[in-house]
Design a protein around this ligand. Structure first.
Ligand SMILES: [Zn+2]
Length: 101
């Protein structure tokens, strides 16, 4: 067993596990039950663990791709012409074809 990823929340952890399993890399979520009890000092985040350590290198590159995609989704671009929201990697507005670069 090897820990490969510390997720922000359970949804993100599950997304990573799904991605890995699509590539035939068995993985599971640990620490999924987050305690919100009073007096709890440390916030625990869900962890993604690999069943087989030799998968770590492939898993890391899959996760790197996932993170790059997640970042580009966060940084949307608003078209200066029509104010439609475009993904950050778009060079032209999908709605009015204005230049976004
Ligand atoms: Zn536009």
């Amino acid at each position: 067993m090897k820990r490969i990823y510390l997720a922000r929340d359970l949804t993100q952890a599950q997304l990573v596990v799904n991605l890995l399993e699509q590539q035939f890399i068995p993985a599971k979520i640990e620490n999924a039950h987050q305690s919100s009890g009073l007096g709890e000092l440390a916030v625990s985040y869900p962890e993604v663990w690999l069943t087989r350590e030799p998968d770590a290198e492939r898993a890391r590159s899959i996760i790197a791709g996932f993170e790059a995609q997640a970042r580009s989704q966060v940084a949307d671009t608003i078209c200066p012409e029509c104010e439609e929201i475009n993904p950050a990697n778009f060079e032209w507005c999908w709605a009015c074809k204005a230049d976004l670069s």
